[in-house]
Design a protein around this ligand. Structure first.
Ligand code: MG
Length: 459
């Protein structure tokens, strides 16, 4: 690892034996153990081929600082997050690269509240790591690894407390589950069967090579799920990412719906029951979230992009619901983190209680067209380009939480954000007609292109 920043937007990630080596992960374990001051830590992993190796490395590091380790084995990320809080642990480690390709792996560090560490604590760990300010334990404080069994059923039992199981059971829903060979296959099919569903699974065996589809549940990866839903005439299909914190849904007609829409559906029924509540979502989410909030007396609290930021904001303002456009839904009565199985239970609850098909429920939401594009821009110019752009459009109301978002009277908007990792600006426009969104991207791409050229000429 070359960079002075270890943590990205969600944990530490890298290509195995290139960015992320066993040696580096062990040292990281020593740094994290020093940070937790020898506390009680749960360690879990996803199904990646390299995850057992990294569990050994990180555990060795943690134990050397006097931490007591409870190995929970293969688990979805939200299950270990729930267990950390439920069992009053000092923290947790999840070895996972979430939705990244199979050659990647990573480490998520969980605080005692079940949410990933806030940025200020990540900086503390980075300082310990780079300056090697390690606190080694005395020899007699070095323990063996303990094993903790049964957290999967504790987790699924907890989810059932938040929905109307009797009503869902009566509907005998047929659901096709596609965990994409990730760890979601260890919980969702069992949870749904316990909720009286008839479950058909595809890609449900845990396989770290991800042989059937990418662990990222994008529309183009879910054709098999869509076809399966239609073939078995199911009521719904659901796909998870590699560590099952995000979920994407397919209606009974086989149509795949992006996360914004299913989040908006949950938001609508949540606000109908709890008007006046705050809904937390990143600035990249659809205006649909705001339109639903206006209609059902809720208030949207916008944040920077990043699931940890959403979780931390929810905790700070005591919000009950949050969501992201990528299929992450945060339901605080259960836990303030993204949770694919909880989201699935919430969707089934809405279908059962309203006696409506998923396609009908989703078709009633306001429609938005979306257009996404990119524009190349050297890394070193990004900040100046954004400043110059914001300066040029003075007078227009603009949101600068993360990049620049301009909202228009006709409910259209455009978000212009510099990528954190690539030399590009991303454009994300939405509106009520296709013509409008195409025109918006074209107009603002031209504006930004002119600024980039001008600044490049000055160099
Ligand atoms: Mg994930």
């Amino acid at each position: 690892m070359q960079s002075k920043r270890l943590f990205g937007t969600n944990g530490i990630r890298g290509v195995i034996n290139a960015d992320l080596t066993s040696e580096c992960v062990m040292k990281l374990g020593v740094a994290i153990g020093t940070f937790f001051k020898g506390g009680q830590i749960l360690v879990g992993r996803d199904g990646r081929t390299s995850s057992p190796m990294f569990v050994h490395s990180i555990t060795g590091g943690l134990i050397s600082t006097g931490c007591t380790i409870y190995d929970v084995g293969l688990v979805p990320t939200p299950a270990i997050q729930y267990a950390v809080k439920r069992y009053q642990m000092d923290g947790g480690i999840m070895v996972t690269a979430s939705h990244n390709p199979p050659q990647y792996n990573g480490i998520k560090v969980i605080a005692d509240d079940g949410i990933e560490l806030p940025r200020e604590y990540e900086i503390e760990i980075e300082n310990i790591f780079y300056h090697e300010k390690f606190q080694w334990a005395e020899w007699e404080q070095v323990e063996k690894v303990h094993h903790l069994f049964g957290i999967l059923s504790t987790y699924t039992e907890a989810i059932k407390q938040h929905v109307d199981i009797r009503t869902i059971r009566k509907k005998c829903f047929h659901v096709v589950v596609d965990p994409g060979n990730g760890v979601g296959g260890l919980t969702a099919p069992y949870l749904l069967r316990e909720m009286g569903c008839n479950v058909t699974t595809i890609n449900a065996n845990v396989d770290g090579t991800f042989p059937r589809r990418s662990p990222e549940p994008k529309l183009e990866n879910l054709i098999e799920l869509s076809l399966a839903v239609r073939a078995v005439k199911a009521d719904m299909g659901v796909a998870y990412d590699g560590d099952a914190d995000r979920s994407i849904f397919v209606d009974e007609k086989g149509k795949i719906h992006w996360g914004d829409r299913t989040f908006a559906l949950i938001e609508k029924f949540f606000l109908m029951k709890h008007p006046g509540e705050n809904i937390v979502t990143p600035i990249s989410s659809s205006g649909l979230i705001e339109e639903i909030a206006e209609k059902y007396s809720g208030k949207v609290v916008w944040t920077k992009v990043g699931s940890i930021i959403v979780s931390r904001m929810m905790k700070k303002i005591d919000a009950k619901l949050g969501g992201e456009e990528n299929g992450g839904v945060f339901y605080a009565p259960h836990q303030s983190v993204r949770d694919g199985a909880m989201t699935t239970a919430l969707i089934l609850n809405i279908m059962a209680k309203n006696r409506r098909k998923l396609s009908e429920l989703l078709s009633e939401l306001p429609k938005y067209y979306i257009e996404k594009e990119e524009l190349e821009c050297p890394h070193e110019l990004k900040v100046k380009v954004l400043e110059e752009f914001i300066d040029q459009i003075k007078g227009i109301i603009i949101d600068t939480i993360d990049g620049a978002k301009i909202r228009f009277q006709d409910k259209s908007s455009i978000l212009i954000r510099p990528s954190g990792t690539e030399p590009i600006f991303r454009f994300y426009s939405e509106g009520k007609t296709r013509k409008r969104v195409v025109q918006l991207v074209k107009e603002y791409k031209t504006k930004l292109d002119e600024i980039i050229r001008k600044l490049q000429n000055r160099q």
